[in-house]
Ligand binder design. Structure first.
Ligand code: GLC
Ligand code: GLC
Length: 829
């Protein structure tokens, strides 16, 4: 069952009922100011950091689920309704929500009155613009009132939802004309403020939540002031400040009125915090006056429909450009819309926000993940390489000089998060992978010389190359009894915690150090991760390639020897006969072996092992992939492990605490499905690669939205696995490494257009039924118009490759570097 449709020509998903099976959201903003907005206008805004600079309040895990946002209420002759249906939930005569690239349009119609609200965050602007167009489509004149509503968060979202003894007494506002300012703590220790304004005279306002609602027993669904058709002109003093504008409107039949609201954020320099004069119309209880110059300038930028139209056009062109770098035309519409629109869009969102703020991530728990952000770059780097470069330097600066990494950092402070600490065994490798991806995309070898400090030597002069070196050797220097990497607190799978042995509620599986291992430095020196071994052999060659390019042949040979040794160790100690083991636990026992009672096979190490060609001569690659198909494949994707754990295995950590079929315990973790898609494509089984791709790609789940529940235009982290009661149900949509990895899987492995250090590889692995396809790729300043022909209907194999008519050996198109358009023709066979 569907709840809308894709409008590809406008790059929108159109939702035609407010009652989607889960709130279907969009993100506005891609620089400093961000908003989450659901199809009923729920959600919130923040500046840069979802925890430390929360602008509007949102209550997670609420009942009903999505309650709180920026709401417009209309009182038309006693009938109160919202254009987005919620929160009043008066049945609408018409409803539509269009989520587009950085904007959302919500339309509602009731009794002949139509309200169309366009929400967006303009480029280089710290505010959300909301244009409301009201049209009387009836045959008689209409007199009605409209109320806006935004609830301020008292800046630190964590504190805001816990520290009530203080917070209930700190709220402060100022009101000037049609603008309501939020200035809590401004006088003392903050130099930022927020405002909510409308470009017209108002007939009243409310800034105190209880006054707006009329009673502490009311919710957003029945505010007294709206029902009464009149604001109460309340002035907030502590408690919960809000911003609501009230306006009376009369429209003749056919007449329209446009109102532009702006929810903005601004910072003042310390010496310009206060205004010297107090305007006569200013409402405040303070002796000081906020310096509002920045707000005035921001308001002036979008206070007419023409300016709004220009802002939207600028946003549209920005996305047009971002999406013009990799464009595909395949026989499959769903592939086209994923690659050309939605997957790339989601990659931008994950790049911006890592795992911080979604409808499943509260924005207060996690900052930016070291592992997560590095992987996000893989799917984003071609869009704005300069931002990727900046991010790489930020992330690397939180690394320690021995190659260890803080697992997370706060974007506002750019400092490693001491609460979660380090010792996640895979972290350093993702740094190598993302820096290599950046160089392959841009050819900017200069990044290796960039000065990047270490967290434990902030003033020291160090280069990015040194970071790669310590990353590589952090693995080599921390091997266990089988010569495999130590598992430490966790590897990619945060829930395989082999040094934890937790038996006390509340202990974090990721950060708790069992006394047993404390003396050894915090983790077992026995437990080893086969996943990290495979990731090392897959990623290591990029490091070797970098050293070779720099002419450091000796170092390259030394690193290659370590990779070869790791492959040998893995094959000798970690091949289980039909697939690779997952780990050795702290007791030296195998995890993920046919000998195990449960959890006999795990997905994570397999794809990287196959692509590293470990044991290829002995057929380990195909055996492994066949085992995955046999044990992990199901209707909605590949489960993480099988059989699911039904008991608590204290030696494995968090994983077995989940009911079977969810999350890391045999859920369909879409992130690592991509690694198998890549591996299947790598070995040339394009059919299988595509089968796995299409099981989880959002556009393919659209038809079963009633089962899948989350947005059909973006990936979620997980889908309930075959052991789950809710088999096929999506969860944790939006912020997941799945976005980047599936972008890599489809664009670089299936469609096969992959940047390399010395050119653009074109080596597809597709369903044999395809006659061919086209890719337009902007790469290092040139444009490559690539046409792939598949006359023999094979999956893989480049028979002939020509660039501008000249045949080329192999399948790497050399960089022309002339800024021109080049025709690449590839014949498979
Ligand atoms: C979450 C985390 C990611 C981790 C994965 C598996 O998606 O953000 O870092 O690799 O779970 O545990
Ligand atoms: C929990 C989640 C896992 C996530 C981790 C990070 O263990 O299950 O997915 O990556 O927390 O904090």
């Amino acid at each position: 069952m569907k709840f809308g449709y894709f409008d590809d020509s406008r790059k929108e998903y159109v939702i035609n009922t407010p009652k989607t099976p889960y709130p279907w959201i969009n993100y506005l903003g891609n620089q400093g100011f961000f908003s989450l907005i659901s199809n009923t206008a729920g959600g919130y805004s923040f500046y840069m950091d979802a925890r430390l600079r929360r602008i509007t309040r949102y209550r997670y895990n609420n009942v009903p689920l999505d309650m709180g946002g920026r709401y417009f209420y209309i009182n038309d002759n006693g009938t109160v309704w919202n254009p987005g249906w919620s929160p009043v939930k008066t049945e609408l005569d018409e409803y539509e929500c269009r989520h587009g690239m950085g904007y959302t349009i919500i339309k509602g119609k009731k009794d002949g009155l139509k309200a169309e609200v366009t929400f967006f965050v303009p480029q280089n602007y710290d505010g959300e613009v909301q244009q409301v167009v009201l049209t009387n489509e009836g045959s008689s004149a209409k007199e009605f009132s409209i109320f806006s509503m935004a609830e301020w968060c008292l800046w630190d979202a964590q504190d805001d939802c816990t520290n009530f003894q203080r917070n209930f007494s700190t709220g402060r506002v100022e009101i000037e004309g049609s603008t309501i300012y939020h200035v809590t703590e401004y006088r003392d220790r903050r130099n930022h403020y927020a405002f909510y304004t409308v470009n017209d005279e108002i007939d009243g306002y409310d800034t105190d939540r209880d006054a707006f609602l009329g009673s502490i027993y009311n919710g957003w669904d029945n505010p007294e002031t709206v029902k009464a058709g009149k604001a109460s002109n309340s002035f907030a003093d502590g408690w919960s400040p809000i911003a609501s504008h009230y306006k009376k409107i009369t429209l003749a039949p056919g007449e329209s009125k446009t109102l532009i609201y702006i929810l903005g954020y601004a910072e003042n320099p310390q010496d310009k915090k206060f205004a010297s004069e107090k305007p006569a119309n200013l409402l405040t209880r303070e002796a000081w006056v906020l310096n509002k110059e920045k707000a005035y300038a921001m308001i002036d930028r979008y206070n007419t429909p023409e300016k709004v139209a220009a802002g939207l056009e600028e946003l549209r062109t920005t996305w047009e450009n971002l999406l013009s770098i990799y464009k595909v035309d395949t026989p499959d519409d769903k592939v086209n819309r994923m690659v050309n629109i939605w997957n790339q869009y989601q990659c931008m969102v994950t790049f911006n926000l890592s795992r911080s703020a979604s409808y499943f991530e509260s924005g207060i728990g996690r900052g930016m993940g070291f592992r997560d952000s590095n992987q996000d770059i893989l799917g984003f780097v071609h869009q704005i390489p300069e931002r990727a470069r900046e991010r790489l330097i930020d992330i690397a600066s939180t690394q320690l000089s021995d190659g260890g990494c803080y697992h997370q950092y706060q974007p506002l402070t750019k400092k490693g998060n001491a609460d979660i600490g380090g010792d996640f065994s895979d972290d350093p490798l993702w740094m190598i992978m993302s820096v290599a991806a950046y160089i392959k995309e841009t050819g900017d070898w200069g990044i290796l010389d960039a000065n990047v400090p270490f967290d434990d030597d902030p003033e020291g002069k160090h280069t990015m190359l040194e970071h790669l070196n310590v990353s590589f050797y952090h693995i080599v220097n921390n091997l266990g009894p089988h010569g495999l990497p130590l598992a430490m607190r966790a590897d990619w799978n945060d829930c395989i915690n082999l040094s934890c042995f937790s038996d006390t509620p509340g202990e974090s599986f990721q950060t708790y150090t069992n006394p047993k291992f404390k003396a050894e430095g915090g983790y077992s020196k026995i437990a080893e991760s086969v996943f990290v071994a495979a990731l090392f052999t897959y990623t290591g060659p990029a490091y070797v390639g970098i050293l070779e390019h720099l002419g450091k042949a000796d170092e390259a040979a030394k690193a290659q020897a370590e990779i070869d040794k790791m492959k040998k160790n893995t094959m000798e100690s970690a091949f289980d006969g039909e697939w690779f083991l997952r780990a050795y636990d702290a007791n030296g026992e195998k995890m993920g072996s046919h000998e195990c009672e449960e959890g006999k096979i795990f997905i994570e190490p397999q794809g990287f092992a196959v692509m590293s060609e470990i044991g290829k001569e002995e057929g380990a690659d195909i055996k492994t992939l066949n085992s995955i198909d046999k044990y992990l494949n199901c209707e909605y994707g590949l489960v993480l492990n099988n059989p699911a754990f039904t008991k608590y295995y204290i030696q494995y950590g968090e994983i077995s605490t989940y009911p079977g079929g969810y999350k890391e315990n045999a859920g369909i973790f879409t992130h690592n499905n991509a690694w198998i898609i890549c591996a299947e494509a790598y070995v040339g089984r394009g059919e299988k690669a595509f089968e796995y791709y299409s099981k989880i790609a959002p556009a393919f789940t659209e038809e079963t939205s009633d089962i899948h529940k989350t947005e059909p235009y973006v990936y979620g982290q997980m889908i309930g696995g075959k052991d789950a009661k809710n088999f096929g149900q999506g969860k944790n949509s939006w912020l997941t490494g799945t976005a980047a990895w599936n972008m890599v899987a489809i664009s670089q492995y299936i469609l096969g257009v992959k940047p390399e250090f010395d050119g653009l590889r074109v080596d597809p692995s597709i369903p044999s039924a395809w006659d061919g396809f086209k890719v337009e790729r902007k790469f290092r300043g040139d444009v490559y118009e690539i046409e792939i022909k598949n006359p023999d209907h094979v999956c893989k194999g480049v028979k002939k490759l020509t660039v501008d008519g000249n045949e080329i050996e192999g399948c790497i198109v050399p960089v022309a570097g002339d800024g021109k358009t080049h025709k690449v023709e590839v014949v498979l066979g």
